[in-house]
Design a protein around this ligand. Structure first.
Ligand SMILES: Nc1nc2c(ncn2[C@@H]2O[C@H](COP(=O)(O)OP(=O)(O)OP(=O)(O)O)[C@@H](O)[C@H]2O)c(=O)[nH]1
Length: 310
């Protein structure tokens, strides 16, 4: 999410006409923090520095045409969601269509009327904010605030492609709370939910790097996606995870194997030499490794080893 209701929106004006920039600044200063660029190349640097919540774009720029700038923004997954509003004095037939064809959210005609500009910008900011909120809700598990399984599955596909393209290691991890049925049976479901939330918090803290992803995979099962992480990196993250959960010292049910709540972990590292890669095999492998951790006594970490001859 890029903004919340209490924050001023970040609005980028791309226009080489200082009179227009000043007029827009005056019209919008109450609803946004205004930055401006006088040419497209400068604007792209500013966008990369901090993604704005909304862009006001002149059709005629000195270096790259406004329509082309909008197309470039809409063809980049990082910027496609930013609403772009054109500022234009073009009134010829077909111009409106061109603006929407390149993905603009709206256009504002010159001469500028400050209250109309402010109202249109506010409408698009509200709309953009509502969409971002819905997207976040659709990606999140409401009980733990971790990502949900659907987001994990989608991100896994993206990261598998990236790992193969860049020839970088990728680690996929499954984590399961040990003997959680006994915990629930002894302490009840509400305490059980609380335990799941605390362990989710540890997972979230362990997924430290920007591309790491921690998800709730099922009831008391979690998944971690660790891009660009080899066996040493995976061991370091997972040892810390297992230790930290143990150190929470959450008292387990009297008939459980360990006094405190523990986790079992299974992981697999992508085999970059595979000839016919199967996208989902890595999850199955992590699950096989998790099963071994359970079989060997729980509270441990197992790496998937391909059967010899594979
Ligand atoms: N409180 C609570 N319990 C849940 C939730 N989701 C799953 N569970 C419980 O988690 C337990 C999982 O039990 P099992 O799959 O039998 O496994 P286990 O007892 O953890 O045993 P092992 O996995 O073999 O260590 C079940 O009792 C589920 O009801 C949840 O959201 N909240």
């Amino acid at each position: 999410m890029t903004m919340n209701n209490n924050e001023l929106a970040d609005i980028l004006i791309i226009d080489d006409d200082t009179a227009v920039v000043m007029a827009l600044n005056k019209a919008l200063k109450k609803i946004g923090r205004i930055r401006f660029a006088t040419e497209a190349k400068q604007a792209f640097l500013m966008i990369e520095e901090n993604y704005p919540d909304l862009i006001l774009l002149d059709v005629e720029l000195p270096d790259i045409r406004g329509l082309e700038v909008c197309s470039m923004l809409k063809n980049n997954p990082e910027t496609e969601h930013i609403p772009v509003l054109f500022i234009t004095s073009h009134t010829e037939m077909g111009f409106e269509e061109k603006v929407f064809d390149v993905g603009a959210a709206d256009y504002i005609g010159k001469p500028l009327q400050p209250r109309v500009v402010a109202a249109r910008v506010q409408t698009h900011l509200d709309y953009h904010h509502a969409i971002s909120l819905l997207e976040k809700l659709a990606q999140t598990d409401s009980m733990t605030n971790l990502f949900n399984r659907r987001t994990f599955d989608e991100q896994l596909v993206t990261e598998l492609k990236r790992a193969r393209r860049e020839q970088e290691p990728l680690t996929v991890v499954l984590v399961d709370i040990d003997q959680f049925k006994k915990y629930n049976d002894h302490f009840g479901h509400i305490e059980g939910d609380d335990c799941i939330k605390r362990i989710a918090g540890v997972l979230n803290d362990c997924a430290k790097r920007p591309l790491d992803l921690a998800a709730r995979y099922g009831g008391e099962e979690f998944a971690l996606l660790l891009p660009n992480t080899d066996v040493d990196g995976a061991k370091a993250v997972l040892d810390e995870l297992r230790h930290t959960v143990e150190a929470l010292a959450i008292q387990h049910a009297p008939d459980a194997t360990y006094d405190v709540v523990t986790i079992s972990v299974g992981y697999s590292i992508l085999n970059l030499d595979e000839v016919n890669p199967d996208d989902w095999a890595i999850v199955k492998e992590a699950d096989d490794a998790l099963y071994q951790s359970k079989q060997q006594g729980r509270n441990r970490i197992t790496r998937y080893e391909a059967p010899s001859g594979d």
